[in-house]
Design a protein. Structure first.
Length: 436
């Protein structure tokens, strides 16, 4: 069951699903994301003013590294099928630490490209491993754990950005290096906390005597790359994470180029989003727990995204006050859509995967957000925004339609799994056929 409204975020953090191990992991995630927030807020300026990289090379560096990061999720899931998630997370933090420390000594573009790509891949692998940890530690209450993790992560990103602002205000090379070291320290602290959790056995496939998974038929479950139904879910999930690109890229650029709203409003978008996720994620999750709740959240995501896109489309037709009000309301709607998506995407990724092969499957599911981060911004800037207001309407309508398609496909797969689930030995012994 999910956490009720009355429990609150602080109570949930004191008694998270998974007990002591979950508390340690959530604290480690906070420190990790705070360090990531420091780096995210300062990386562009570091490469520009300290390394001396021009805009073209910086764009190539970040774009190529983002594409390389896509491999982190399936690699982490594949390894978790064979090795302990706890050990893999520690090694992942160590690898990221070595990469960020290398930044202090490198100025060559190609060397930096390799290091930043390694950081991106490590970030995605760590997030996938944390998701797998949640399925093991929190069990059926994993949705509540995920809500707590998202609230913690958003608060940590904000804290990290605040620390970065201090270093950026100083603006010296030493200050930039100190920010990089702060990110490295966050990896060390996170790894030490992970080491304090209890070791869990890795997934080596179906234990002896376990029946075949009903979604995949008799015999061993196929690799996720051969499971067409699951791959279709992941494929549909890529555009269903467009809310992040709308908030980070679409809203600011549309405000600047198509409305009379003041530019000073742009930071407010991030503040509104962060506060809403921290304060509301747990309550939203409590209303959409389990598979049926995840299915109900899907059309709501589509409807909220459509409404947000409609507001964007008409925000340029009025003056500064009208545009400011519409864009602020759009931020609220797209954040509510994000809350719905976080419930549906993660819960369905777990529910649709064969239990004994979840790590590998969740690794593939984790690719959807990585791919969207690479293709979402150029789709918005070169396609949607280039088409003007009609582009936003088309995007919103498309996402609303895809949400209904995904709901139908996921419901069908869940029904097939439920219908084909084998009876327990005790239940078989009491059936009419067995009695006869």
């Amino acid at each position: 069951m999910g956490t009720t409204d009355g429990d609150g975020l602080l109570a949930g953090l004191r008694r998270p699903p998974g007990g002591r191990d979950a508390r340690l992991m959530l604290l480690g995630q906070f420190l990790d994301r705070a360090g990531t927030g420091v780096w995210a807020a300062s990386s562009v300026l570091y490469f520009t003013f300290v390394v001396g990289m021009d805009g073209d090379r910086l764009g190539l560096l970040l774009g190529a590294a983002g594409v390389a990061g896509i491999a982190g999720s399936p690699l982490g899931g594949r390894l978790a099928q064979r090795f302990s998630v706890r050990a893999l997370l520690v090694w992942c933090h160590a690898l990221r630490l070595a990469a960020v420390l290398a930044l202090l000594t490198l100025t060559d573009f190609w060397a930096l490209l390799g290091v930043v790509a390694l950081i991106c891949a490590g970030d995605r692998a760590a997030k996938t491993l944390e998701m797998i940890f949640a399925t093991e530690a929190a069990g059926e209450r994993r949705a509540t754990y995920q809500a707590l993790a998202r609230s913690v992560a958003n608060a940590a990103y904000g804290a990290g950005a605040g620390v970065a602002a201090i270093g950026l205000a100083v603006g010296t090379t030493t200050a930039y290096h100190a920010l990089i070291l702060a990110n490295g320290v966050s990896y060390v602290a996170a790894a030490l906390l992970v080491l304090r959790t209890r070791t869990k056995a890795p997934h080596h496939g179906r234990p002896a005597g376990r029946p075949a998974d009903p979604a995949t038929g008799p015999g061993p479950a196929p690799a996720p790359w051969r499971d067409r139904g699951y791959l279709l879910f992941v494929l549909l999930d890529i555009p269903m994470t467009i809310d992040g690109a709308i908030l980070d890229v679409g809203l600011p650029l549309w405000l600047v180029h198509h409305t009379d709203a003041p530019h000073a409003l742009i930071p407010a978008f991030l503040v509104i989003n962060t506060l809403m996720v921290v304060l509301l994620q747990l309550r939203v999750t409590a209303r959409f727990t389990d598979a049926s709740g995840a299915l109900r959240a899907l059309p709501r995501y589509g409807a909220l995204t459509l409404l947000a896109c409609a507001l964007l489309a008409v925000s340029g037709t009025g003056g500064a006050w009208t545009a400011s009000a519409l864009l602020t309301l759009c931020t609220v709607l797209i954040t509510l859509a994000e809350l719905m998506r976080s419930v549906s995407s993660w819960e369905l990724a777990v529910r649709l995967a064969p239990e004994h092969a979840r790590p590998a499957y969740l690794g593939v599911a984790g690719m959807s957000q990585s791919i969207e981060k690479s293709v979402g911004p150029p789709v918005l800037t070169s396609g949607v925004m280039a088409a003007g207001p009609l582009g936003w309407i088309a995007l919103g309508a498309g996402i609303a339609g895809l949400s209904l398609v995904q709901r139908r496909l996921c419901a069908a797969r869940l029904r097939a799994r439920a219908a084909a689930a084998p009876l327990s030995p005790a239940a078989r012994a009491t059936t009419p056929q067995a009695a006869g």
